[in-house]
Design a protein around this ligand. Structure first.
Ligand SMILES: Nc1ncnc2c1ncn2[C@@H]1O[C@H](COP(=O)(O)OP(=O)(O)OP(=O)(O)O)[C@@H](O)[C@H]1O
Length: 420
């Protein structure tokens, strides 16, 4: 079945008129022969893309790249200078702080105001009001004017309204960054619930690449008002992140390709790299593992992770290898790497083993990434990103959290009982 279009943008540009001096604006307005005093500034230049229903799309780019302008056009807050915009479905948005809210009205009044803007009747909003108030969790402030809210409280209310009005398309612009970690996680869970429905579309702008990795399966990278790359999330995010490493030029970044999509069946699993070397086999505690095995590990036990690799061509550079464990929230619980000065990258198969003497992650599901890289761990040759699933069992019920340090307890007080 052909997926329907949620958003289609064609040759979209947004031009702002910039004036060197304040009075130039007035001079231009009043000039009898319409003399130009401004120069054009393109916040967006000739952007085209299509988003299908059910897609979850992240937008990244440095400050001023044009991300907010794009979302403002999609939500009708501002208009395009050129090009076409087509949006199919009910849109709820969480744009920059304050947008769509009346500061003089209470939180409760603003909920109804937003509902009306979205096309809901008062009765329809009354059916949703309890859910909105419960999720926002801002206590008695719901009856106070929103001008008295902290930025975090404001984001709570705005997100709660946006997610609870059952939109077809949810557009979120960075606003969550002001929320505390608990609220941000709560919002991410809610957005995951939202995108489970294959008809729903999410468009999410963030500078937080970890949050994006957890949420989206496609990323559009904006640079200098244009699309630089539009593609599979993990691949684009990694390329985006690499630009911040001094040692890699943009031309090298362009050469990074997904070498296999063999494992890319979950939104968090992928395999990519330049392909100069390839990991061929992986064993955990001597058992071979693949993308569909689930390995059980026990806290405090010795764990051995072994892998084989071969290089496709002879490389001068000495390789580095890495292993990382991610929990279900996508948090990197630990990552360890090693440079090997004494092995060469050539056609010979090499075997590497990492021994974790006292494995200290606590109960839960984790995904392991394993990679072979250049010496500085900047260019991946073959990176299996969160491919190998493990289930960790912890027998001690008095230990909880993500990991347990190497510890013991001692009684240091000098009481009679203790001396016995
Ligand atoms: N009303 C305006 N008048 C003139 N220039 C504007 C206006 N609004 C935005 N711009 C400019 O357009 C460019 C894109 O701005 P935009 O807010 O879309 O960037 P962004 O990618 O969202 O940045 P950030 O990450 O800082 O939020 C910037 O250079 C900004 O200065």
């Amino acid at each position: 079945m052909k997926q329907e279009t949620a958003i289609r943008i064609q040759n979209l540009s947004k031009v702002y008129y910039l004036f060197d001096r304040l009075q130039d604006r007035l001079k231009e307005l009043l000039h009898p022969f319409r003399k130009k005093y401004h120069h054009d500034f393109y916040a967006l230049k000739d952007i085209s893309f299509e988003i299908k229903k059910g897609e979850t799309v992240g937008i990244v780019g440095k400050n001023g790249a044009g991300k907010s302008t794009l979302l403002k056009i999609l939500t009708g807050v501002t208009f395009p200078s050129e090009g076409e915009v087509e949006v199919n479905g009910k849109v709820a948005s969480l744009l920059e702080l304050g947008a769509g809210f009346n500061p003089e009205m209470t939180g409760l009044e603003n909920i109804y105001l937003n509902g009306t803007i979205m096309g809901y009747t008062k009765v329809e909003m009354e059916q949703r009001i309890d859910d909105i108030i419960t999720f926002a969790d801002i206590g008695e402030f719901i009856d106070q004017p929103v001008k008295t809210y902290s930025s975090g409280m404001f984001a709570r209310l705005a997100f709660s309204v946006a997610i609870n009005v059952e939109p077809d398309i949810l557009i979120v612009d960075e606003a969550l960054s002001v929320g505390d970690i608990f609220f941000v996680n709560k919002c991410i869970d809610k957005m995951r619930e939202f995108i489970l429905d294959s008809e729903k579309t999410l468009l999410f702008v963030s500078h937080d690449l970890t949050v994006l990795r957890r949420l989206v399966n496609r990323v559009i990278w904006l640079e200098n008002s244009q699309i630089k790359i539009d593609g599979e999330a993990l691949s684009v995010l990694d390329k985006y992140a690499y630009q911040f490493t001094d040692s890699l030029s943009i031309s090298q970044i362009e050469k990074l390709n997904i070498i296999s999509t063999e494992y890319a069946w979950g939104s968090y699993k992928s395999r990519f790299g330049t392909g100069a070397a390839e990991i061929t086999e992986i064993f955990i505690n001597t058992k071979p593992v693949s993308f569909d095995t689930l390995t059980t590990l026990k806290t405090h036990e010795r764990v051995e992770i072994e892998f084989k690799y071969t290089a496709k061509k002879i490389l001068e550079c000495k390789p580095s290898v890495s292993i990382a464990f991610f929990n279900q929230e996508g948090i990197n619980c630990f990552g360890i790497s090693q440079k090997f000065q004494n092995i060469k990258l050539n056609h010979k198969e090499e075997k590497i083993k990492c021994i974790l003497n006292n494995f200290n992650l606590l109960r839960g599901k984790y995904a392991i990434s394993i990679g072979i890289w250049d010496t500085n761990i900047v260019i991946p040759y073959d990176l299996h990103e969160r491919v190998y699933d493990v289930n960790v069992i912890s027998e001690n019920n008095y230990e909880d959290g993500i990991f347990v340090p190497d510890y013991h307890w001692e009684i240091v007080s000098d009481t009679v009982e203790n001396k016995e």
